[in-house]
Design a binder for this molecule. Structure first.
Ligand code: ACO
Length: 176
């Protein structure tokens, strides 16, 4: 497994991974079925904060031709908060996903840690924030137990289908 920075040319494959991977529709923080919007949103991240988003590529699958696409099995899309309300420089995890076939191998943990480190080293981030569905037990275990995020508060009806989100935060001082 190769963890590397996300390139703009990966975005269609990331989109493919997202669509095929997520019947639960819990990652996209934007209106569903708006592929053009999705592409622009992801491209905006990749171009604005190119150090913060990563993909996991399954390198065990040989390329059939030089033009064969990379097999992206996971990604983290992250940004810096542009106008932080608290005035504190911090990062934000916009989206994280790992293909069902490749879960429980530590890929999400590695993607998150790479992004967190880059937030600190490149932008001097003090902490990282994210939102997650209150019902998303797998992600909550990852964030709370493995990575050490704390619940900040519950944001009622954060998602389009009416589900609440936990707003979570991890102080990044331990990386310096
Ligand atoms: N049940 C319980 N604990 C879990 C689970 C699970 N299904 N998945 C991960 N964990 C916890 C465990 O403690 C695990 O360590 P262990 O395997 O040694 O017990 C630890 O997290 C690390 O797990 P990883 O292998 O790194 O996680 P994985 O690569 O499987 O990806 C993820 C986890 C991203 C939540 C995956 O299940 C997924 O893609 N789910 C669908 C998309 C999603 O929910 N994304 C997060 C939305 S929130 C956001 O994007 C900001």
């Amino acid at each position: 497994m190769d963890i590397r920075l996300l390139h703009p040319s990966d975005i269609p494959h990331v989109q493919h991974a997202n669509i095929t991977n997520l019947p639960e529709k819990q990652v996209l923080p934007m209106p569903q079925n708006q592929e053009c919007y999705f592409m622009k949103y992801y491209l905006y991240h990749a171009l604005s904060w190119p150090q913060l988003s990563y993909v996991a590529v399954d390198v065990s699958r040989p390329k059939k031709t030089p033009y064969d696409y990379p097999r992206i099995v996971g990604y983290v899309l992250a940004k810096m908060e542009e106008d932080p309300p608290d005035g504190v420089q911090h990062g934000h995890i916009t989206s994280l996903s790992v293909m069902r076939t490749h879960r429980r191998l530590g890929i999400a943990e590695k993607l998150m840690k790479q992004s967190q480190r880059a937030m600190v080293e490149t932008y001097g981030a003090q902490y990282v924030s994210l939102h997650v569905r209150v019902s998303n037990n797998a992600a909550l275990r990852l964030y709370r137990d493995t990575l050490g995020f704390k619940n900040e508060n519950v944001e009622a009806k954060y998602y389009a289908d009416g589900e609440d989100a936990y707003s979570m935060k991890l102080e990044l001082g331990f990386i310096r």
